[in-house]
Design a binder for this molecule. Structure first.
Ligand code: SIN
Ligand code: FE2
Length: 217
């Protein structure tokens, strides 16, 4: 999406919001992609369904997840890791659809990160009551690449904190179509999602889907 100068001057906060030096919310950036994202997402779910993974501590995660791309993020009693194989059936994760890649690259570039080549897309599914505790994305080999996070469906409050778990976190409401990009000096900031409120989205029903693009290898 290109913004003309008038839009930018007229509505500076509504389109692009800077959270910290290298972290941005791109409001509704994914909206033009949604009609193509949803069927691609349905095909991924068929091949590798959402599941509640177990943490190394033995708890089931509140968020359900799946992956697409060459590598997928997984968790079990032995730890967190990236794997080319979906442990559910022993075959590769579904390939990353071209439209996913285009969206991730365009959003990264809009936030100042040119040449982003994600090899992993973690797909999180939240229902009302689901939350994601504060954590750092640090299982990737390459911290020079940003994280691109796409929100679809019902709203959520995203927490964007500091480099210590106890640092005060910004509370950022995220809506269908919003994209958050963080990298550079902000790449390892703690972040999470508050428990979702009851809501219904016209396209996605009682759920929020988050696509998180990373360069894992
Ligand atoms: C994540 O940190 O993996 C997901 C963040 C979100 O759902 O917005
Ligand atoms: Fe994360």
């Amino acid at each position: 999406m290109t913004l003309d100068l008038f839009d930018t001057l007229e509505q500076p906060d509504q389109r692009q919001q800077q959270l910290t030096q290298n972290a941005f919310v791109l409001r509704a950036f994914a909206t033009p992609y949604v009609v193509q994202l949803l069927p691609a997402l349905a095909a991924i779910q068929q091949a590798s369904p959402f599941r509640h993974m177990v943490t190394p501590g033995g708890f089931h995660m509140s968020v359900a997840l799946t992956n697409c791309g060459a590598l997928g993020w997984t968790s079990d009693r032995r730890g967190y890791r990236y794997s080319a194989i979906d442990p559910e059936h022993g075959r590769r994760w579904p390939a990353m659809p071209e439209i996913f890649l285009q969206l991730a690259q365009a959003a990264a570039a809009q936030a100042g990160f040119n040449g982003f080549t994600p090899d992993a897309c973690l797909i999180n599914r939240y229902q009302p009551g689901t939350k994601l505790s504060l954590h750092q994305d640090k299982d990737e080999q390459d911290y020079s690449a940003p994280i691109v996070s796409v929100s679809l469906g019902i709203p959520a409050i995203f927490l964007f904190g500091g480099h210590q778990r106890n640092d005060k976190a910004l509370r950022v409401p995220l809506f269908h179509g919003d994209v958050v990009v963080w990298g550079g000096a902000d790449r390892l900031r703690y972040h999470g999602v508050l428990a979702l409120k009851e809501a219904e989205h016209p396209l996605l029903g009682r759920q929020r889907i988050n696509l998180t693009f990373r360069k894992a290898a």
